[in-house]
Design a protein around this ligand. Structure first.
Ligand code: CP
Ligand code: NVA
Length: 329
């Protein structure tokens, strides 16, 4: 694998071999971390972390991974920089590119991170856009590999809003790596037609498949992995909740859905998740719509089949691999 100097903007830009190599490097770095073997080989490097949307996992994963590799970080929060307000993306890219060895960007349209990468002159890593969340998919693939010992032939059913960053990126990741991906959603929440066609072609090469169904119980039948994400994503208006609940309530992952999957199926979610009333938005929406949970029921979220916190941990190991591969010697 030679990814030095490359950006990490979306999985479509990488070959299955490169993705497999990044997963292997992630596993190696995870083992080193567990064994307390130092791997701070990027001493003297500095990275900038731009977040135009909130984050817990992605920010912490980038920071801890950077520190473990011996690097320093600067965090630019959604309100604390000039980006987009007084300064264009291209000017920002050229300024930061003079000071930093790499830049992480979380924001709105994919075109913004692509533009940042065009002008930065240093590797740019996508920490989530409206269209894609590629570092999350690496963590998910690593988790699946750890649980099942393989990726090829694994069936993943994605339930809910399949046309946003998570549905899109999982479809790409599965298609590249030979998994069978099924989007279970109302038609208007299926991933975009053009991306679906691209992924179907990729799946043909990898031995996987890409399908879509409105029948959730049919879609999750014999699945190894049941995946879901929030019904309203960052950047979407709060007013949309009512419509989303009406449209997506039949696609909630609950005990009935898990029972239709394989007995040893795992439940996955990128988090954060509305699985109880212990958050302010969860409480507000719960009271308004008379629900105790949204995309996943509490019993499934807390079940033995749930691997959501393994996924969250793997964000750090996989992001570390991306930075090391693109910045290393
Ligand atoms: N999964 C994920 O990206 O989480 P954060 O929004 O907390 O970074
Ligand atoms: N679809 C979610 C993913 C969060 C990690 C969002 O964009 O808010």
């Amino acid at each position: 694998m030679n990814l030095k100097g490359k950006n990490f903007l979306k999985l479509l830009d990488f070959t299955p071999e490169e993705i497999a190599d990044l997963l292997a490097l992630s596993a190696e770095l995870k083992a080193k971390k567990k064994a307390k073997i130092a791997h701070d080989t990027l001493h003297g490097k500095n990275i900038a972390l731009i977040f135009e949307k909130a984050s817990t996992r992605t920010r912490c994963a980038f920071e801890v991974a950077a520190f473990d590799l011996g690097m320093h970080t600067t965090y630019l929060d959604p309100s604390g920089s000039q980006i987009g307000k007084k300064e264009s993306i291209s000017d920002t890219a050229q300024v930061l590119g003079r000071m930093y060895d790499g830049i992480e960007y979380r924001g709105f349209g994919q075109s913004l991170v692509e533009e940042l990468a065009k002008y930065a002159g240093v590797p740019v890593w996508n920490g989530l856009t409206t269209e894609f969340h590629p570092t999350q998919i690496l963590a998910d693939l690593l988790t699946i590999q750890e649980k099942f010992g393989k990726l090829k032939g694994i069936k993943m059913a994605y339930c809910g809003d399949a046309r946003f960053n998570m549905g899109n990126s999982l479809m790409v990741g599965c298609a590249k790596m030979g998994l069978d991906f099924v989007a279970c959603a109302p038609k208007k929440y299926f991933p975009q037609q053009e991306l679906t066609e691209t992924c179907k072609a990729l799946a043909k090469q990898s031995g996987g498949s890409v399908t879509q169904t409105e029948d959730i119980l049919e879609g999750v039948k014999d699945a190894d992995v049941i995946y879901t994400d929030v019904w309203v994503s960052m950047g979407e208006p709060m007013e949309i909740w009512e419509e989303r609940i009406k449209d997506l309530a039949p696609y909630q992952v609950n005990a009935k859905v898990m029972a239709a999957a394989k007995p040893d199926a795992i439940f996955m979610h990128c988090l954060p998740s509305f699985h109880d009333l212990n958050t302010s938005i969860g409480k507000e929406m719960g009271a308004r719509f008379g629900r105790d949970s949204m995309e996943v029921s509490p019993d499934v979220f807390d079940s033995k089949q749930s691997v959501v916190f393994d996924e969250a941990e793997n964000r750090m190991h996989t992001i570390k691999a991306v930075m090391l591969a693109t910045l290393g010697e």
